[in-house]
Design a protein around this ligand. Structure first.
Ligand code: PLP
Length: 402
């Protein structure tokens, strides 16, 4: 988005501020759809946890997307945004049977990822079809915090336990209508993903009454120049071919599903924060902004890179800065970054702030969560107000000791 527009939005709505570009979200959605255009039935379910603002969810509904949810609260947000229950898939991990029952009775497609719950659910509700999450034991990406398909992962039922799944299905009379995998957040190479897909197709062949196959997500987006990103067009072409062959073999046109979060919203978001202090120490120039890991946690939590640029002085002479927050802890957004010269009061823009940024924000240091703005058809819409002091007090039950 245009630097001047972004600066003017901080003047209008205050700083810090999250801004999302609806056009980017639409174009990523359409790009993914295009890449799989030879598949007869394709369904994209946007992963709500990446960014759960209801207006963003409504935008996805307008695009004809479904949603992927991981908590009953996300299911409810989806219903609130107007999604029909059948366009919601519930893919939790480690939640109670009761929570899964609640989602199922709301009419949402449930996805079960352990044998214990599968058996209990099948005993109680043999007539509600269930999708199962399989762990194909394929290592996706190198960061163990965001890799969920490997051997020791807590996610999914091991592909080696398919005989056990089949026994549960036989004993309970339940129906499996979908097979799912989500191998992790980073697909570093297409061949690895295709290998996991083959494993899933083999598993699918063990179940005769499927409606869909859900290949989860893991589409990697570039955060900085030179980053590997998933080549969606190449993946689409190769995978569609394999999927169409599989369907022919299976004797039925199944729906192919994906549940991307990052791919759809990451690049749409800009996080804007103003510089409070420029501080020269013996070896470093720090630029401290009016925000911290309470608002954008990924750099401290995952050592993620977010490109930072000075939108108040985009053409200034570049210097090296460490951009830090105002939280009373080490709170670094980026060390030794080349940024055009920063003065106090300048607005810095953090790129790729659409996914796992606001949705992970907290009130640490008793700061308010920032406002969110959506730019749609060249107009800006406030889609969440900044919190106020009342929000900090809201659920506190105050004991008066006097
Ligand atoms: C988080 C999650 C996703 C989305 O992952 P991205 O890397 O954001 O695309 C998809 N499916 C499940 C089950 C998830 O937990």
């Amino acid at each position: 988005m245009d630097n001047q527009l972004l600066v003017s939005l901080t003047e209008k709505y205050g700083s810090p501020l999250y801004v999302y570009d609806a056009e980017k979200i639409s174009s990523q959605y359409n790009r993914l759809t295009e890449a799989f255009s030879t598949v007869k039935s394709l369904k994209l379910n946007y992963a709500v946890k990446a960014n759960s603002n209801i207006s963003i969810l409504k935008l996805f509904r307008k695009l004809n997307s479904g949603i992927d949810t991981v908590s009953i609260q996300e299911v409810k947000l989806g219903l609130e945004a107007g999604f029909a229950p059948e366009n919601i898939i519930f893919t939790p991990n480690g939640v109670s049977l009761q929570e899964i029952e609640l989602a199922a009775t709301l009419g949402v497609q449930i996805n079960i990822d352990n044998l214990s719950i599968l058996e209990q659910f099948g005993n109680h509700y043999p007539n509600i079809p269930v999708c199962i999450r399989i762990n194909p034991h394929i290592m996706a990406g190198g960061n163990s915090k965001i890799s969920v398909g490997h051997i020791d992962s807590k996610f999914g039922i091991s592909v080696h336990q398919v005989p056990h799944i089949k026994r549960v299905v036989e004993n309970t009379g339940m129906r499996i209508n979908g097979i799912h995998m989500h191998t992790g957040s980073d697909i570093l190479d297409i061949d690895t993903f295709l290998r996991a897909t083959e494993i899933l197709f083999n598993t699918a062949n063990e179940f005769e009454d499927l409606d869909f196959i859900d290949l989860g997500s893991g589409f990697k987006v570039p955060y900085k120049e030179g980053d590997i990103s998933t080549n969606i067009e190449e993946l689409g072409e190769k995978l569609s071919k394999k999927f169409n062959l599989f369907c022919k073999d299976y004797g039925k046109n199944l729906t192919l599903m994906f549940e991307p979060g990052k791919f759809l919203v990451s690049d749409s978001g800009s996080f804007l924060a103003s510089v409070n202090v420029v501080k020269q120490t013996t070896s470093t120039v720090f630029a401290s902004v009016d925000s911290g890991f309470n608002h954008l946690g990924r750099p401290m939590m995952y050592e993620s890179y977010h490109h930072i640029h000075n939108i108040s002085n985009p053409n200034g002479r570049e210097r090296y800065y460490s951009v830090v927050g105002y939280i009373c802890e080490t709170d670094t957004f980026g060390s030794n970054r080349r940024i055009s010269e920063i003065s106090e009061g300048d607005v810095l823009c953090f790129n790729n702030a659409g996914a796992y940024c606001f949705s992970m924000a907290s009130n640490y240091n008793s700061r308010y969560k920032p406002a969110e703005v959506l730019v749609y058809n060249e107009k800006d819409y406030l889609i969440r107000e900044q919190e106020t002091f009342d929000d900090l007090l809201k659920n506190q039950v105050i004991i008066d000791f006097d």
